[in-house]
Ligand binder design. Structure first.
Ligand code: NAI
Ligand code: MG
Length: 532
């Protein structure tokens, strides 16, 4: 297939983007693609990206096998374009490039200030292309364009500026050891990092992984999710335009069991970082152990409790609990997917939560005012419908929703179950869709025990007006993040990660740096201790 540039992708998308009208339909910025004039005179390609190729050693190259696979528009299930299908041989090529760039290239050897400036230039370039990147992300993923343009891409910028700030602030320690020794630690880059990311937040996952690895001087082979390969290639190209040396970031599109597994097993990869399902996380860990024992950070699934206490302002709690579950079509590892409500406010909460879900605006994610777009693909769509069926069969009460939305694409009706019990599959497993499970609790002891009874421990939400209750719950909950009277509050500086089967390690913030650093102890005897 002929190489596809962003211009052809954008111009092919024009009829879709312009279908409902202009500015208001398309949201901030994108309207310039939607005018008739733009259709006749397509904008000049801002960046030439070859989506049907892999980005290896600073160049777009064909997959060794020559194979490609389609990436789909979740609104319709139709093919957007075909991308290169990387496999083990391409991973070998990408790792060789990253190895050479680490062992011989300028990246780990240049000053931290020079690395910082490249990352900052990259952030500026993303900002310049905010709307094109947002449109590409929404097209490939189905998430709301307004959120892509006003949250996800700006967060990508913010994250890279944050990590750029760390680049020249990596310090070791001097250590007071026994004996006449001068002892210090050097914090050195770990080497070649293998990174595997999922499809639910392709750009944020790119930033969480690539940002700290580059700031600390590592080189990378990144495998994108097969559902959303496009946006990483676009921003990867921008990173090279910002001055990244060849071989430092290599991007391989491809499937998990082929390209992903080859990366995990590779003997020349020094570190792995993975985000995705707990099931695949176990495979990643096993492959790392069976090959060269490379250290692994894992950010996995969740079944996060959202706890509405008896003193809560019910209207506010309903809105926040709704957001906690339904944001991003429910496709969040930290989704507040067990809504625990105190028995005193349960009936009022339930009635209002149901009304809120009924009101939720579902439709084309490019259209302004929409709250929910399609799920990512057929597999996730079927998985969610299966769990809705389990919910009905296990005796939970279906309050609203429960079926597909419309007749085309992967849309699902906002769904609410009440009378949910802790042992039901909808209260135990990650559904990853717009399905809210509401459970009743009696007192704090009851809800702490039940919230903690999950095999997951990623996050929790607490809604209360009592400082005492908040203080108690924040300590009692066995999770990596507790949001009090807020939810999904993300910031580059706030660490994120899971207890229990939700993962190993932390990303973002100062904690993410240690994932990509080796600590070297240097011991130097003082030969004339008498002089000290
Ligand atoms: P997945 O965990 O299989 O895929 C995530 C990434 O891992 C993708 O890049 C995939 O290609 C790669 N992968 C798959 N098999 C691999 C293997 N054997 N070796 C190396 N890499 C491999 O998740 P999937 O199938 O996309 O979704 C299944 C469920 O996982 C979802 O329904 C959801 O419950 C959960 N999930 C959780 C995410 C999170 O943010 N923690 C993100 C995506 C999915
Ligand atoms: Mg897609």
């Amino acid at each position: 297939m002929a190489s596809r540039r962003i211009s052809s992708l954008v111009s092919r998308s024009l009829p879709l983007l312009s279908r409902g009208g202009q500015k208001t339909y398309l949201g901030r910025g994108i309207h310039r693609f939607s005018t008739a004039a733009a259709l006749e005179d397509p904008i000049k390609p801002p960046v030439s990206v070859e989506y049907d190729k892999l980005l290896i050693n600073g160049r777009f190259v064909d997959a060794a096998s020559g194979k490609t696979f389609p990436t789909l528009d979740p609104r319709t299930g139709e093919v957007i374009t075909h991308v290169a299908e990387g496999d083990a041989e391409d991973i070998n090529r990408a790792v060789a490039a990253a190895r050479k760039a680490f062992d011989e290239g300028p990246w780990p050897r240049m000053t931290a200030y020079e690395r910082q400036r490249i990352l900052l230039r990259f952030a500026d370039l993303i900002e310049k292309h905010n709307d094109e990147i947002a449109a590409l992300e929404t097209w490939d993923n189905g998430k709301l364009y307004e959120q892509s343009a006003s949250i996800e891409v700006p967060m990508l910028v913010r994250l890279f500026r944050y990590y750029a700030g760390w680049a020249d602030k990596i310090h070791g320690l001097t250590v007071q050891a026994d004996g006449p020794h001068h002892v210090q630690t050097l914090h050195e880059p770990i080497g070649v990092a293998g990174q595997i990311i999922p499809w639910n937040f392709p750009l944020l996952m790119f930033a969480w992984k690539v940002g700290p690895a580059l700031a600390t001087g590592n080189t990378i082979v990144l495998k994108t999710a097969e559902q959303t390969p496009l946006s990483a290639l676009f921003v990867g190209k921008l990173l090279h335009e910002a001055g990244l040396p060849e071989g430092v970031l290599n991007i391989v599109s491809g499937y998990g069991p082929t390209a992903g597994a080859a990366l995990c097993s590779h003997m020349d990869v020094d570190k792995l970082a993975f985000t995705g399902s707990t099931e695949t996380g176990k495979v990643v860990l096993e492959l790392a152990a069976k090959s060269n024992l490379k250290p692994v950070t894992l950010e996995l699934g969740g079944k996060s409790p959202f706890i509405v206490c008896e003193d809560a302002d019910v209207d506010k709690a309903v809105e926040l609990a709704h957001f906690a579950l339904f944001f991003n079509q429910g496709q969040c590892c930290c989704a507040g997917s067990r809504t625990y409500v105190h028995e005193k406010v349960y009936d009022e909460f339930l009635e209002k939560a149901k009304a809120r879900a009924i009101k939720r605006a579902v439709g084309d994610p490019f259209k302004a005012g929409m709250e929910q777009g399609p799920q990512i693909d057929e597999e996730q769509f079927q998985k969610i419908l299966k769990y809705i069926k389990y919910g009905k069969e296990s005796g939970a009460t279906l309050e609203t929703g429960g079926d597909r939305f419309g007749t085309k694409g992967y849309y699902i009706q906002p769904t609410v179950f009440s009378n949910v019990k802790d042992d039901m599959p909808i209260a135990q497993d990650e559904i990853f869709g717009p399905v809210q499970s509401i459970l009743k609790f009696k007192d704090l002891g009851d809800v702490v025990r039940r919230a903690n009874s999950s095999r997951y421990g990623l996050a929790a939400g607490v809604f209360t007006q009592s400082l005492d209750t908040a203080n108690t719950l924040m300590r009692a909950l066995r999770v990596g993040t507790v949001w009090i009277n807020c939810f999904d509050t993300f910031d580059a500086a706030i660490p994120f990660g899971g207890y229990k089967m939700s993962g190993i390690g932390r990303e973002k913030g100062i904690y993410s740096l240690t994932n990509y650093l080796q600590v070297k102890a240097v011991v130097n005897p003082v030969t004339n201790p008498a002089w000290l």
